[in-house]
Design a protein around this ligand. Structure first.
Ligand SMILES: [Zn+2]
Length: 307
């Protein structure tokens, strides 16, 4: 059986949607690979993230990856000095062209900054409202209901996990981990399966252990060379779709040479038998190279499988 590697594209900003997504589509088509695009569908308020500068760990990350180069200068003013453009309204054609190009599409978020900064402390109604805003906009644009969700910044809460069950998603890819599982949050089983990202992102590698923007493909290819199971790699339209496009192209070529079938995340979902997926603890944890906590797959949960 061939091993699969899913390319999951998180699209965070207006600029990433307009400039990064078309370049990624061109690259993926040229190499004849599948991918999943998860869109931010409401206002781009990236500028409001500037308050994160005052959080521990953020300045360290800024010193490794230039935020201004990463996002572009106007993007950093959206939601502060400039009004935030409504991505779903302004970029609906690009979103539909992505689907028409044969790629899987789904939801990243409604308002990236508000979700990342708000979901941990927000009540059930807030989490569900934010997700419903994105689902409704998705349905407006695609005339179809969204089937998958990958949380902004891998930020989730029990309330958000509960909402994944109610919003009709087949599966979600909201956190980081080892393999597909049903999440168990403090003893509560969530019936929507999670397909976690299994590999580090390029921005987590760059700046550590001698990894630079020009050689970041090397440590990833070294680590995947001996991997046998299916993998999910998250990339960003703002980064791999723009400045790191050539690094991504080397990864695609390298992964193909290692025998991976490069696919949309859905292809991994469709190759699983949902009834036989393991249960694992879902909790907040850390990953190397990234500041703060995010949703991670913990230990397997010793629970009898559903009959
Ligand atoms: Zn994101």
């Amino acid at each position: 059986m061939t091993k699969k590697l899913a390319l999951k594209v998180d699209v965070d900003t207006y600029r990433g949607t307009r400039e990064g997504v078309p370049r990624l589509i061109e690259l993926f088509k040229r190499h004849n690979v599948g991918a999943t695009f998860l869109f931010s569908l409401g206002p781009d308020h990236t500028g409001r993230a500037i308050k994160r500068v005052f959080r521990p760990g953020f300045l360290h990350k800024v010193s490794r990856t230039s935020v201004v180069q990463h996002y572009g200068f106007p993007t950093l003013l959206y939601g502060t000095l400039l009004p935030g453009p409504d991505i779903g309204v302004k970029c609906a054609d690009i979103l539909r062209r992505t689907r028409d190009g044969g790629f899987e599409t789904g939801i990243h978020t409604w308002d990236h900054v508000r979700w990342q900064d708000g979901v941990q402390s927000a009540p059930q109604a807030w989490a569900e409202r934010e997700m419903r805003l994105a689902c409704d906009r998705y349905a407006d644009i695609f005339k179809d209901a969204p089937k998958t969700h990958g949380a902004a910044g891998w930020q989730m809460s029990l309330h958000a996990l509960r909402a994944t069950q109610r919003l009709g998603f087949d599966y979600c890819s909201d956190g980081r981990g080892r393999y597909p599982y049903f999440p168990v949050w403090r003893g509560e089983v969530i019936s929507c399966p999670q397909l976690p990202g299994t590999l580090p992102t390029l921005d987590e590698l760059i700046g550590l252990n001698g990894v630079t923007e020009s050689n970041a493909d090397q440590p990833l290819l070294q680590s995947t060379a001996s991997m046998e199971g299916d993998q999910i790699f998250t990339l960003h339209a703002e980064l791999e779709g723009l400045r790191l496009l050539s690094v991504l192209e080397r990864l695609i070529v390298g992964w193909k040479a290692q025998g991976f079938d490069l696919v949309a995340t859905r292809a991994i979902y469709e190759s699983t038998t949902p009834g036989s997926l393991p249960y694992s603890v879902a909790e907040l944890g850390t990953v190397p190279g990234r500041s703060g906590t995010l949703l991670v797959q913990g230990d397997d949960w010793p629970l009898a499988r559903a009959a």
